[in-house]
Design a protein around this ligand. Structure first.
Ligand SMILES: O=P(O)(O)O[C@H]1O[C@H](CO)[C@@H](O)[C@H]1O
Ligand SMILES: O=c1cc[nH]c(=O)[nH]1
Length: 235
């Protein structure tokens, strides 16, 4: 048991899928796992452990933003021995060729700062995905007839961003999408010698203003969950 995760040792699998939204964790566990059981509800942050094709898997919310994700990822990696952490999140598209509901595999994540920035001092660390997971996720997507966008994303601290000039530079430099957790997830996975990948679905678009419904953001993104599970346990 840790401060924020009320699970016992052994309750959490070595492979964890992390949506920001705890209700997406509940939906994904009930939809994709066999025999899911709730292993955390501290502060309403729901976590479930079950099996997928016989492999133990935990699906646990991270909350929104890097400070929240950092708390859960630190405890999962340090105290529960997690070895593979995959974010299953929503994001805002930043390129004209990226459409609503498209799947993005985040190869790298830019940021202005992360909870790890003060530790890094003058270093501008480059958070990047685990190559094996990234390759397996690309293959899993293609097997399902999905062509994912693969490249850099932006992990922001600000959902209601008032720096359109910064977003313009991101778009100009090929950034695929914006979300709020991946840069810290990849940094922590590197620190603990674990594997991480963010599999994202485009829920809205910064260039067009188009968006899917909140209900869709909670439960409508099956493809990214299937891709994440298949990448974690390739045949
Ligand atoms: O849908 P989730 O996984 O929460 O991800 C995105 O949605 C939240 C903002 O609405 C942020 O957490 C952002 O990263
Ligand atoms: O952080 C996020 C997530 C989804 N859409 C956005 O525009 N930003």
């Amino acid at each position: 048991m840790t401060i924020h995760i009320g699970a016992e040792p052994g309750d959490i699998a070595e492979t964890v899928l992390m949506p920001g939204d705890p209700m997406r964790a509940q939906w994904a566990a009930r939809t994709f796992l066999d025999s899911p059981r709730q292993i955390n509800a501290v502060r309403g942050m729901l976590g479930y452990t079950g099996t997928w094709r016989g492999h133990p898997v935990t699906i646990h919310g991270s909350g929104m933003g890097m400070p929240s994700l950092s708390i859960y990822a630190n405890e999962l990696l340090r105290d529960f021995g997690v070895r593979t952490l995959m974010r299953i999140g929503s994001c805002g598209g930043m390129q004209p060729h990226v459409g609503l509901r498209d799947v993005i595999l985040a190869m790298t994540a830019s940021s202005i700062s992360t909870p790890s920035s003060s530790l890094m001092r003058e270093l501008r660390f480059a958070p990047c995905a685990d190559w094996g997971l990234l390759r397996a996720a690309a293959q899993a997507a293609e097997t399902r007839g999905i062509t994912p966008h693969i490249g850099g994303i932006y992990s922001s601290d600000t959902f209601y961003d008032e720096r359109p000039d910064l977003n313009d530079q991101m778009t100009r430099h090929g950034t695929l999408a914006v979300e709020m957790e991946t840069a810290e997830l990849y940094t922590l996975a590197s620190r603990y010698g674990a594997r991480a990948l963010s599999v994202l679905t485009v829920s809205d678009h910064l260039l067009t203003g188009d968006a899917v419904s909140s209900a869709d953001r909670e439960t409508g993104f099956s493809a990214m969950v299937e891709i994440a599970l298949a990448a974690a346990f390739p045949d």
